[in-house]
Design a protein around this ligand. Structure first.
Ligand code: HEC
Ligand code: HEC
Length: 288
């Protein structure tokens, strides 16, 4: 069965489950506005890689970047607090619904080109600090282009897609070692490294049982970064790589990994880079 028919099938599944998939109703939560929370939010926006997708040429987070996928081209939204074209006026619950559940303030569905499935396990406190930072930015009025998608792809199909992705997701692993647990949070949740490094099925759902085993993207193959693939890298090699993009063979990384180093991992503390490196090198679910 080709992808198009699979999509038409999940469209029907989507209709069937849409009634069951009412947006979760979240209590209204306050967005902090103190300087410490805003600063923490700034750090988390780096750790979340938000800048790689949402920054425009002038350095504001007013969006517009084209993200190519096998399902069409998506454009990143304006996430500055402009009331008409951005997120001005958003409440705490709007941020939690968007980042952790992939739902719009009106209860509609976002497309997973916005990596909300990775962000689902980000803590509420961290989401609200991100909200505090975003709302502290200067508003920029900028209308982003409409997504360029084939007629058979629609938002409401995401009801079925989310359900299938939930069914395919393994039980989340609890890591006992504090450093590895922090690394897991930064790598799997905020850093969404698996969005590019984990293979997907025909519907674009990440195959979590093969986490970090490498993947095919529209513009080529993305390397595996599981413990096996990184066997010849030391934890320090990996931490240095995350800081400056230098590989143990003396080459600098290129392609889509460059903005990840520039906007995300190079901006983190040494302690957080070591935690990510420890997680990727040493994760043994259930044992550490
Ligand atoms: C891989 C690219 C990518 C990354 C990384 C990313 N986003 Fe997005 N984001 C998108 C796309 C694409 C959309 C539009 C989704 C849609 O229209 O369904 C979006 C939409 C949003 C929206 C909804 C805006 C609106 O007006 O409805 C918010 C809020 C948001 N992103 C915040 C963030 C934050 C905060 C981060 C970092 C923690 C982040 N995004 C990381 C691509 C990305
Ligand atoms: C937007 C897609 C994307 C994201 C997100 C991403 N990567 Fe990458 N990564 C790539 C690509 C593409 C390459 C290969 C780049 C090249 O050709 O030089 C790569 C290369 C790497 C390499 C080098 C592998 C090797 O054997 O040479 C490591 C290590 C790595 N990434 C780790 C990470 C980590 C950790 C994260 C999360 C913080 C991450 N990546 C997020 C796309 C991505």
């Amino acid at each position: 069965m080709n992808t198009r028919w699979l999509f038409i099938l999940i469209a029907f599944a989507g209709v069937a489950v849409a009634a069951l998939m009412r947006a979760p109703s979240l209590p209204d939560v306050a967005i902090p506005d103190d300087a410490a929370s805003i600063e923490r939010g700034r750090y988390l926006v780096h750790a979340g890689g938000c800048i790689s997708c949402h920054e425009d040429d002038s350095g504001s987070l007013s969006g517009g970047l084209a993200i190519e996928s096998p399902f069409g081209t998506f454009y990143a939204s304006n996430i500055t607090p402009d009331p008409d074209t951005g997120i001005g006026g958003w409440q705490g619950s709007d941020f939690l619904l968007a980042l952790k559940h992939g739902r719009t303030p009106a209860g509609g569905f976002y497309y997973p080109a916005f990596p909300y499935r990775a962000y689902a396990s980000v803590s509420d406190e961290d989401v609200l600090a991100i909200a505090a930072y975003l709302l502290s930015l200067d508003p920029v009025a900028a209308q982003t282009p409409a997504h360029d998608l084939p007629g058979w792809v629609g938002r409401w199909q995401m009801a079925g897609w989310n359900l299938l992705a939930d069914m395919a997701a393994p039980e989340p692993v609890q890591y006992h070692d504090a450093q590895i647990a922090r690394g897991a949070y930064l790598t799997q949740s905020l850093g969404h490294c698996g969005e590019c490094h984990t293979p997907r099925n025909a519907l674009g759902i990440s195959q979590q049982e093969q986490a970090f085993a490498g993947a095919d993207m529209p513009d080529g193959h993305v390397d595996a970064i599981d413990a096996e693939a990184l066997a010849s890298w030391s934890q320090d090699d990996l931490a240095l790589f995350l800081f400056i993009g230098l590989k143990p063979d003396g080459e600098y990384v290129g392609g889509k990994m460059e903005p990840v180093i520039e906007h995300n991992t190079s901006q983190l503390t040494d302690t957080d880079r070591q935690a990510m490196a420890a997680f990727l090198k040493h994760r043994i679910p259930g044992l550490d």
